[in-house]
Design a protein. Sequence first.
Length: 258
Amino acid sequence: MAYEYAQYEKDGHVATITMNRPERLNAVHPPAAEELSAIWDDALADDNTWVIVLTGAGDKAFSAGNDLKYTAEHGFPKKRAKGGFGGLTDRTDIWKPTIAAVNGFALGGGFEMALACDIIVAADHARLGLPEPRVGLAAAAGGVHRLPRQMPLKIALGYMLTGKHMTAQEAHRWGVVNEVVPLADLKATVKRWTDEIQECAPLSVRATKQCAMMGAGLTLDEAFAQSYPALKQMMNSEDVVEGPRAFAEKRKPDWKGR
């Protein structure tokens, strides 16, 4: 299916979603949000997709967030797109690994989408931030909750209450970004990450993510006692047999994802 405001590609077990409005710094308006929502639905439902990469077109921006020019002309949408901003930020039950390839500005909703991903790889010229208070808004697509969970509270508040940007290097220092590389190396670096993830059994990766995310707010005893559906699925899979067998036979495992 062709999309007007996004590109959607699948290469083996990796799906790449590219926000494609470079003339607006990949800002998201309601028509783009609807397309992105449908794309996320497909990527999550596709059993052959094991890793999802989110990025922006061009070399200036991942996404500048909400399209304020469109909002000024048309007002706020009456209906929120399925999945939240960019079709992503409300989805708290994605167990497939997700990577944000931040190729420039990631501001407002753009940063919120990146924060909703598991791993962020940023180009060294990227700038990230939640400047919503500077335009009379708040980072209500999860930013006000995710950022303080991903860096020290006072540092997060310092950025959020002033609307200041952080450089990619500052974001890396505070643990928000996993790796910073030159823009020319971004695509290859993200591929290295996706390749390394695919060396692991996909159901094991999902079980690991689900256990970590669902257990994060619990005491250790509560986390140990919690039931994790993805862990149960992993234990009943073909791959849980294949892994030890491949190890014993000194060969690379042939993961099936089932």
